[in-house]
Design a binder for this molecule. Structure first.
Ligand code: FES
Length: 115
């Protein structure tokens, strides 16, 4: 499937640290809500919707182990694999991230940007 990388942070516009370390944020990429995590100085992108009951993961937080923690019932998700920590079968989709000299890019499948 074709992937298009969308620039979500431009260092020239947003500064060299556009999102504080160990924080989550919800961003909108062409109508798709993404949870953008900055954990241990590295960016990760996942679905923003918690599979448990639909909370916005970008409103959550990172724990000391580097997991994404849902703000509502505290389910945890691995930002690299998307796998839930304790709940069998729970997972969130993950998206490729590229950190380049000029900014941070998130890769989205073609179906989200072709029309
Ligand atoms: S809505 Fe996320 S853990 Fe319940």
């Amino acid at each position: 499937m074709a992937i298009k990388f969308i620039k979500v942070y431009d260092y020239a516009l947003h500064g060299s640290e556009p999102q504080a370390n160990n924080t989550l944020r919800t961003i909108d990429i062409e109508g798709k809500r993404i949870c953008l995590a900055h954990i241990n100085q590295k960016f990760y992108a996942t679905d923003d919707k918690c599979p448990h009951a639909g909370a916005r993961l970008g409103a959550g937080f990172c724990d000391e182990a580097g997991m994404i923690v849902c703000p509502v019932h505290r389910y945890k998700y691995n930002p690299i694999t998307g796998k839930g920590a304790n709940q069998q079968g729970d997972f969130i989709a993950t998206y490729p991230v590229q950190e380049k000299q000029d900014g941070v890019y998130v890769g989205i499948e073609k179906k989200w940007w072709q029309f």
